[in-house]
Write a new protein. Structure first.
Lengths: 1085, 443
């Protein structure tokens, strides 16, 4: 039917007005719907955003069938206007029955709304949350019991739900599997923000005014406060804006996520199955959003594990970020973390579940991190292609964070002026605040956590101020329509025009047991044609809103039959159905085909690592350095790239030992391996400096492993002798002493990498040494050196004669030697920051650059080599920055002494429409370059100025410009005439890769890869890179060599090196992390 | 404001008429009323407030224009002495050509230097253009006008060359202040947690004093959380004062707040409140004193220059100590050990506690002004009326500086030693300046 209608419309394109309507996936049908609800707000001297900070938070929407006529109805919550209930009369025609139904809640500030059948009589009741001025009448939340005849009776008191507070939203669910619905009531505390942000343990103290969040248990129809008993925080720093229900740890019990605005971190309540919750957010999530608003949880990749998406307020475009966002500085961020407020960042957050209790944050990778002032997200399949998409309702009526307004407009001075001239000071002040409506966002899920911004194409281009949003199938055509509650404009009803002939669906209405008539909390699994789909029927979603309880699942193209449907009821019983037709609505009641559901255990594939308790203990000492104190304009630090591990049998006992580099003011350590265990020995050298790298090699030709000890880092200046590298000679038993022959350095170098290899085929080990940078000035310095060995451990610098291109080659991070052209002479491959992957071929009389890898300027951190594809030529795996960040290929760094004061500045820029703009905050830039302030008095000036507008041509012509062209970590496979670059699987792109280890871990004869990384020291506006948990990539070499998708190793932290040692039967993975203890894991497959 | 300007120009006109009638054909030079200099300094203050300069930086902005104007006027007044050779690094300005109107040149130089040192140049241009229009109406034109403007430009360059060597530019990129884990050391304070400002201000070239460390105060009280310790008593004093603050004490605190940038946070709604800096407040007092005594343009220039030198060196000296002792602010200590919800009456400014900047610079400025206007000097200080506060009366500059100092205790942002030792530090420094700078040949 639908299909035919669409075709028909298609045919009349060009001659009919209606064609306009079907151009988009969603059509605005508000005009024809008779819905005239508009959440109009008028600020007064008494009530305005200054006196009531949630003034522009708006109202919610609820969708549900209140009269069981098969058509879902709509309820809107209003702030200063009455709430409204619209009865669905079919074909997108609605009738306002508010007055006769008695559900208007006049003269009180309504916020969130929830549809729930609280008395299990089969009719939806309405629960409305209230906030606003505490002295207005009818302030308690209201429960409208459905009389079954389109009228309602308010009975909150009777149920114990007449809560009077600053309620935002309520959720009803059976948390203890006793068959009835319990209740969580979310509060946004009135406590002032700004002065008490850093006090520890505030969340443990109950709000004395009783204003905190509430958890109530259902005791035979009466709700009783069980907040403290259940382990729910109810302090006065709970600035709740969202309740999100889901099974976060995959144990089939309902968990609760609470979004908190402002400085308080979010909460994740894991159900302890014993009648309480354990708040566990910091165990589950690394990075979270700062001003968290609404959220939603649903499976975005059909792997049966839910993803969590939390919205924040970060503007989308660079120019709006420069004018309408405020970022915390590094010191404040550190104080937040130290005082228990976790890693909070100003952006949307997408937590992807990778194991039962581990999540990685992918918002930046998915490009959905910045969607303006976003109130809430809904994760639902908007186009029924089988993957849930993301809809985001956004907009703040007044730009509260407009930087120019904050700095220059809302000043006391101006207020005084206003007082002199006019009466309505605050109203005038608010009036002068800029107001800019923005379009809502829709992101199409393209699979693999790639999302495409399709707002315009799907019909959401109209700028509005939208708060609450909810979905439901309003016309029973198998796709989900959308309803929005807007400030100062008509609410919106969007009809979904999905072609159900092409994109199939199934709608399921669930009927539960006695006290939970809608079976809230049921999980559904659908298997069709090899695809799997997961859903649940929680209705509290997004922001202050409640979606339709009828579950609509998009199945995608080519699905004509559902093989099986498994329903897991809230009490754990299951119902199975087989062979169900698509594009239909079915009703399933509890009590059919029950069987006990078995909770599935963790996936079995992958590596099992077991931490070895008897392993050596050594904690790397961090240097405590804050790069931003010295180079304020850098977005991230480069002073935490150690410690590295070296493996070799230093005492000649037949077992490989491990050496770890010491941190600042710390000796390195040697872990000698014995059959029975390990013995730790200090390596006494360079106690002040940081050991950045080393190599075990025979320097003096006596057959044992000597040690090249490299010093570097950013702490000491280039004039410091602490940076001097040394050679330590082995006495054959693993005792090291400094070689009397100094290395031929002409100046001190912050060393990053060392390679021992015989470049001249004279039978001894020569050295390649890479310089990281000038320690004090990132972007300056960066050379490499070639030292020839006389066979007895005395070295000569032959760089100028044999490898002159090594001078100023770049900020080297790592290098490998291999015989690339199989001519018997060892070649070099060098990588670094902003450097291309540089292949240097050894001709026998010198090194020559090879252009195998043009346009590979990257932020390379690591390189490893092995013959992966079995063609007897070396292949390479190269670790880069990855894709889960705000940085993009084509980003640049401009380095110069811009203000001519003898100190170097680094200005990171990004390209927008062919022009390069600094990515920094104006205040930051000016703190370093005050001369710019004259050009940049207003933030608005800054937003429009590119680097070329800031500096004259002469200055720019003297500026060193770096550009990054590739950010993915890659595999370089040898081909007949060079190298083929293949991006590593997606998991390797989740975070910067600092450590690589190639080995045949599973013993199938094909090499595999383990990679790790992360970088935490990043300014808050860019956010730390923490989505690596250590990954195992199995190699396969059937149709050309490839790595399979990554399997998480669940190793958190900033991994800096990974090595493997075999000690007879037992194989160990040794892992070093910056500032943490070294870890030994036994490897089991 | 508008009326005031109008009546003033009438005044100038009358003077002109009398002079013209006195000596027939000879073209008489246009005189510049001292009020124009006061307006100029006031305007500079307004732009400093708009552009948000921190107190130390603001003191630098007042000083160079004052020196420029003073040097030109003093060159033409035999009773006054040039500061060249008296201030570190200052060399004599170029000689004044005969056809230059040195009074206009002095003010023009003052404005041009001010314009270079602030950010909102358009706001200075507006002022300059209005003034030039006034002058044009008085027949300012031709060769004299050109020569005057050219000369002012020359002196501006001379002063800027000198200013460029004061290390200001270099200190912009010096290392940012590192927050230490040490419990006794300074930490960023609520609500904006702004990083510590100007940690390297002591490396700015001093104007008169030998070095930033010349007036190092005695050590602050040793940090302790022991309830019976001296330090804890001093903390409790700050805490208790707020609990029992009288209306007058609270008025005094606000009167001398002088925080150029207060961030008010109400949830997502925020706004900045801006006020004159402590130095700016004293520049306002100079104006009041000059007007009250009908000081000439020359005398006014000398008052501005001496006061601004005291302020500038005062900030350098104070900031030297602040980042030496790095002492934690009362707000941080009280929140951590006594009352986690306590807030000071004034917002804590973003730099270490010891010594109190306002105490040091007020002490220094008080000595400077006393040296010019005398010990007993009754005045009504209406500097803060613009910012919604009432005027306050004082019988001497010393009394005003005492009140400025103690206001920091009432405001809850300083312990007593920072105030007492700060005043001592400032007065010794002020005395040194007054003793070492000769503005007038022996009177």
């Amino acid at each position: 039917m639908k299909y035919l209608r669409l075709v028909f419309l298609f045919l009349i394109v060009g001659c009919a007005e209606e064609a306009e309507e079907t151009k988009f996936l969603f059509s605005d049908v508000t005009g024809q719907s008779n819905i005239d609800f508009s959440n109009d707000l008028t600020f007064t001297e008494e009530l305005n955003p200054y006196t009531y900070r949630n003034f522009y938070n708006g109202g919610g929407v609820a969708i549900g069938d209140i009269n069981n006529d098969g058509l879902s109805d709509i309820y809107f919550a209003g702030n200063q206007v009455d709430n409204k209930l619209y009865l669905n009369e079919g074909s997108f025609k609605f009738k306002d029955i508010t007055t006769s139904a008695g559900v208007a809640c006049p003269e009180v500030w309504s916020t969130g709304v929830t549809f729930v059948d609280i008395n299990a009589d089969g009719y939806l009741d309405i629960y409305v949350c209230k906030s606003g001025d505490p002295n207005t009448p009818n302030r308690s939340n209201e429960l409208f019991i459905n009389n079954g005849d389109l009228t309602f009776t308010e009975r909150s008191k009777e149920y114990g739900l007449d809560i009077k507070g600053l309620s935002v939203h309520a959720a009803f669910f059976d948390y203890d599997k006793d068959g009835d619905l319990d209740c969580y009531i979310l509060t946004n505390s009135i406590k002032s923000v700004g002065n008490y942000d850093l006090i520890e343990n505030q969340r443990d103290i109950s709000d004395q005014q009783g204003g905190g969040n509430k958890f109530l248990i259902n005791n035979n129809g009466h709700f009783e406060d069980y907040t403290t008993e259940a382990g729910i925080y109810n302090s006065s720093i709970g600035f709740g804006l969202g309740i999100t229900l889901g099974d976060f740890n995959h144990d089939d019990w309902v968990d609760v996520f609470i979004s908190n605005d402002f400085f308080e971190r979010d909460y994740l309540y894991i159900n302890d199955k014993k009648g309480g919750f354990k708040e566990s957010l910091t165990d589950y999530f690394e990075s979270i959003s700062m001003g968290s608003m609404g959220a939603d949880v649903a499976d975005l990749d059909n792997d049966g594990r839910p993803e969590l998406f939390v919205t924040e307020m970060l503007p989308d475009s660079l120019s709006r970020r420069k004018t309408k966002a405020i970022y915390e500085n590094w010191d404040k961020y550190q104080l937040n973390v130290n005082n228990g407020y976790h890693n909070q960042f100003p952006r949307n957050i997408l937590q992807k579940s990778i194991t039962d209790s581990t999540y990685v944050e992918l918002g930046r990778l998915s490009d959905i991190a910045a969607t303006e002032w976003s109130w809430g997200a809904l994760l639902f399949d908007m186009n029924n292609d089988g993957l849930r998409d993301i809809f985001i309702a956004n907009g703040i009526y007044k730009d509260l964070l407009d930087r120019d307004y904050l700095t220059y407009q809302a000043t006391n001075e101006r207020i005084k002026e206003m007082i002199k001239s006019k009466e309505d000071v605050i109203t005038n002040l608010v009036e002068t605040m800029p107001s800019s409506a923005v379009a809502n966002y829709a992101f199409m899920n393209e699979g693999n956590f790639k999302f495409k911004n399709v707002g315009d194409g799907w019909g959401f281009s109209e700028p509005t101020f939208s708060n609450g949003s909810a979905y439901g199938d309003l016309d029973n055509d198998g796709d989900l329509d959308l309803v929005l509650n807007n400030i100062n404009s008509l609410s919106k009803i969007y009809r979904n025009n999905t072609d159900s002939g092409q994109y199939k669906n199934i709608s399921i209405l669930l009927k539960g047991n006695d006290n939970n008539s809608l079976a809230v909390g049921t999980k559904l699994k659908i298997y069709a044609n090899g695809r799997t789909y997961f859903a649940d029927n929680f209705v509290t979603r997004g922001f202050q809103s409640s979606v339709d309880n009828k579950v609509v699942v998009g199945l995608g193209q080519g699905i004509d039959n559902i093989d099986s449907l498994i329903i897991v009821w809230p009490d754990g019983e299951i119902t199975k159905r087989k062979n169900i037709g698509v594009n239909q609505s079915i009703e399933i009641s509890r009590g059919e085909d029950e069987a006990k559901y078995l909770v599935s255990t963790s996936n079995s594939k992958g590596v099992l690592l077991e931490k070895n308790q008897k392993a050596p203990t050594f904690k790397h000492s961090p240097n405590g350095m804050v790069d931003f104190n010295r180079n304020r304009l850098l977005p991230m630090m480069y002073s935490n790239e150690t410690p590295k591990l070296l493996v070799g049998d230093v005492d000649n006992n037949g077992l490989n030992d491990v050496i770890i580099g010491g941190g600042k003011d710390q000796y390195g350590a040697l872990f000698i391996s014995y059959k029975e265990g390990f013995k730790t020995v200090e390596i006494e050298n360079n106690p002040k400096g940081e050991t950045t790298e080393g190599v075990l090699f025979d320097a003096d030709g006596d057959g044992d492993l000597d040690l090249y000890h490299a010093s570097g880092g950013r702490f000491y200046p280039s004039s410091s002798s602490v940076l001097m590298d040394k050679i330590l000679l082995n006495d054959g038993k693993g005792n090291y002493s400094e070689s009397p022959r100094a290395l031929p350095f002409k100046s001190f170098v912050s060393t990053s990498t060392v390679v021992a290899f015989d470049y001249d085929n004279d039978g001894d080990n020569d050295l390649f040494i890479g310089e990281r940078f000038d320690p004090f000035y990132y972007g300056v310095g960066g050379s490499a050196f070639l030292f020839a060995n006389d066979g007895k451990g005395s070295f000569t610098d032959v760089t100028d004669s044999y490898a002159p291109m090594l001078k100023d080659i770049g900020m080297v991070t790592s290098a490998e030697t291999a015989d690339i052209n199989t001519d018997g002479k060892m070649d070099l491959v060098i990588v670094g920051d902003w450097m291309p992957i540089t292949f240097l071929t050894n001709t026998g009389s010198g090194f020559e650059r090879n252009d195998f890898t043009a346009n590979t300027e990257g932020w390379w951190n690591s390189i490893e080599t092995a013959d992966l594809n079995g063609d007897s030529k070396p292949d390479f795996v190269v670790g880069n920055h990855g894709l889960n960040s705000f940085f993009k290929p084509s980003d640049r760094m401009y380095v110069n002494d811009f203000d001519g004061n003898g100190s170097i500045e680094q200005i990171f820029c990004t390209q927008v429409n062919g022009k390069y703009y600094p990515i920094l905050d104006k205040d930051e830039l000016i703190s370093q370059l005050p001369l710019l302030k004259k050009k940049l008095i207003y933030y608005e000036n800054y937003a429009s100025m590119g680097i070329e507008d800031l500096f004259d041509t002469k200055t720019l012509s003297e500026t060193k410009i770096f550009e990054v062209k590739k950010l993915e970590s890659i595999l370089l496979l040898s081909t007949d005439n060079g190298y083929e670059s293949i991006n590593l699987p997606q998991q390797a792109q989740f975070a910067p890769v600092y450590a690589l280890l190639i080995d045949d871990f599973d013993g199938d004869g094909i090499l595999d890869l383990i990679a790790g990384g992360n970088q935490y020291n990043v300014k808050p506006q860019f956010g730390r890179f923490d989505a690596s948990k250590g990954w195992y990539f199995k190699g396969e070499n059937t149709d050309g060599f490839r790595f399979q998708d990554g399997v998480p190793l669940n190793i958190a932290g900033q991994i800096r090196d990974i090595k493997k040692i075999d000690l007879g039967e037992v194989k160990y993975l040794v892992i070093s992390k910056y500032g943490e203890a070294v870890e030994y894991y036994e490897i089991h497959f | 404001m508008f009326n005031e300007v109008k009546s003033k120009s009438i005044g100038v006109l009358l003077v002109l008429l009398i002079l013209v009638s006195a000596c027939n054909n000879e073209k008489q030079a246009i005189k510049v009323d001292a009020n124009k200099m006061h307006e100029t300094m006031q305007h500079l203050t307004d732009v400093i407030v708009h552009d948000i300069f921190s107190p130390p930086v603001a003191s630098r902005i007042y000083t160079y224009p004052s020196v420029g104007a003073y040097e030109i006027l003093a060159a033409k007044d035999s009773t006054y002495k040039s500061l060249a050779g008296q201030l570190h690094g200052l060399t004599p300005i170029p000689p004044i050509p005969d056809n230059v109107n040195h009074e206009i040149a002095a003010l023009q130089t003052m404005l041009l230097l001010g314009k270079t040192l602030i950010f909102s140049e358009d706001k200075m241009d507006e002022f300059i253009n209005d003034w030039h229009a006034e002058l044009d109406a008085q027949g300012w034109s031709g060769e004299e006008k050109d020569a005057t403007l050219a000369y002012a430009d020359e002196v501006k360059k001379h002063i800027l060359d000198w200013a460029d060597k004061d290390n200001y530019k270099q200190t912009r990129t010096f290392e940012k202040f590192t927050v230490k884990e040490d419990v006794s050391r300074w930490q960023p304070t609520p609500p904006a947690y702004i990083e510590a400002i100007e940690p390297h201000w002591s490396k700015i070239r001093t104007f008169v004093i030998d070095s930033a460390a010349q007036f190092t105060p005695e050590l602050p009280t040793e940090f302790s959380t022991d309830k019976n310790s001296q330090f804890f008593k001093e903390v409790m004093q700050v805490y208790d004062v707020k609990q029992s603050l009288t209306p007058e004490q609270s008025e005094i605190a606000s009167f001398w707040d002088c925080n150029p940038y207060v961030m008010n946070v109400h949830g997502h709604v925020m706004f900045a409140t801006k006020k004159v800096t402590p130095g700016g407040h004293w520049i306002g007092i100079v104006k009041t004193a000059c007007k009250q005594t009908d000081a000439s343009l020359m005398k006014s220039a000398s008052a501005y220059v001496l006061t601004s030198l005291a302020l500038a060196d005062g900030f350098i000296s104070c900031w030297d100590e602040k980042y030496r002792s790095n002492l934690i602010r009362p707000e941080t200590v009280i929140n951590k050990y006594i009352d986690e919800e306590w807030t000071p009456l004034l917002q804590t400014p973003p730099f270490p506690e010891y010594t109190s900047g306002h105490s040091v610079i007020s002490g220094a400025a008080g000595v400077a002004l006393t040296s010019i206007f005398g010990e007993s000097f009754h005045f009504v200080d209406s500097t803060e009326v613009k910012y919604g506060l009432t005027a306050r009366e004082f019988d001497s500059f010393t009394a005003a500086s005492d009140e400025a100092a103690i206001s920091r205790l009432y405001g809850g942002i300083h312990y007593m030693p920072a105030i007492e030792n700060g005043v001592t530090q400032g007065r010794s420094l002020g005395k040194f300046i007054v003793d070492h700078i000769t503005l007038k040949e022996e009177e």
